[in-house]
Design a protein around this ligand. Sequence first.
Ligand SMILES: [Zn+2]
Length: 103
Amino acid sequence: MVHFTCDLCGKELTPGSECRYVVKLEVFAADDPAEITEDDLDDDHMEALSQLLRDEEANLVDPDAVSPSYKTFRYDLCPECHKKFVRDPLGKEAAHKFDFSKN
Ligand SMILES: [Zn+2]
């Protein structure tokens, strides 16, 4: 039998007896295309641009590429931690509390 533990509190989650929640996060740099000017449209720039695009595609299809701008996370949560997570997914509440304790 596969055993899961809550990634937040470490509680054991027994399949069948208790709900298990899966959190999947995907983090990547927003790929906003740079504005193309007329200067960019001569052949040299187009060649450089298409080379750049090929490089980016190569990065995307290689799952082993170490790219700090792209990362996925997967967590198993117990019902209690799931409730806390959906209320404050980015931990903003906790961050505020930390700020207050410093002052
Ligand atoms: Zn938990």
